[in-house]
Ligand binder design. Structure first.
Ligand code: PEP
Length: 254
């Protein structure tokens, strides 16, 4: 059985008091209302990690993630944060390759391959994001592009290593735009990614990897998207900043 996961990427939002309030509300609602065993991952800005970890404590199925990490353990990299530092703050997951990092910070698949491997060495679970821009989809090249991203960033890993990775398929045209991929489009791409992993590694490993959908997921569309056989949950941006909406997305698996 693959893990069901709903991860909330807060991006560069919330002061510390706002973040603590949001996290407390989510933790309580999830504990009181959710009747499934979905893993919930809260992914605040770096400087809130310790404060949010203190609230999560040992809450069942609620985990802490970071939005990025550097590919070196330490050294003269002013302004950067290493995987080991994240683990020391209680993080268990890290988003790598979000389209905003690719677009605004020039992150390439080659760099992401280093980051993924380094995160794994530090026992941090990468949530590796891939996905095409609108023009690529309109040109019918979305499978080629996503397959290249997955191959370049992940296929240097051993089978044991890749089995620990979470993949998030996030069509760039659906992120923060209110445009969601249809459930069929999401299923088609998730099945495609899984097939690619099966061809490179094994069907067993491909079947064990959680593939999340990201792109304007809301309480209104989560159930339909999550009901697809190859969709194992969501990476949620905007709706993760509203405790009620985020909890209702988690409840979509009930
Ligand atoms: C994201 O940033 O990963 C994301 C999916 O954002 P949104 O849900 O706002 O589209």
């Amino acid at each position: 059985m693959r893990k069901k996961i709903v991860a909330g990427n807060w991006k560069m939002n919330c002061t510390l008091p706002e973040g603590k309030k949001l996290a407390s509300e989510i933790i309580h609602m999830v504990q009181d209302e959710v009747n499934n065993d979905t893993d919930v991952i809260l992914i605040p800005p770096f400087i809130h990690l310790t404060g949010i970890q203190n609230l999560i404590c040992s809450s069942k199925n609620i985990f802490l993630g970071a939005q990025n990490c550097h590919q070196n353990q330490n050294g003269a990299f002013t302004g950067e944060i290493s995987a080991g530092m994240l683990v020391s703050c209680g993080a268990t997951h890290v988003i790598l390759g979000h389209s905003e990092r690719r677009e605004y910070f020039g992150e390439t698949d080659e760099l992401l391959a280093e980051k993924v491997s380094f995160a794994l060495e530090n026992q941090l679970i990468p949530i590796f994001c891939c996905g095409e821009k609108l023009e690529v989809r309109e040109a019918g090249k979305h499978e080629d592009l996503v397959s290249m991203q997955v191959e370049k960033a992940l296929f240097g890993l051993s089978e044991d290593q890749i089995s620990k990775v979470v993949i998030a398929y996030e069509p760039v045209w659906a992120i923060g735009t209110g445009k969601t991929a249809s459930a069929e489009q999401a299923q088609e791409m998730h099945a495609f990614i899984r097939k690619q992993i099966a061809a490179k590694y094994s069907q067993e490993t491909a079947d064990s990897i959680s593939i999340l959908y990201g792109g304007s997921v809301k309480p209104e569309n989560a159930k339909e998207i999550f009901s697809q056989s190859d969709v194992d949950g969501g990476l949620i941006g905007g709706a993760s900043l509203k405790s009620r909406d985020f909890t209702n997305i988690v409840k979509s698996f009930d």
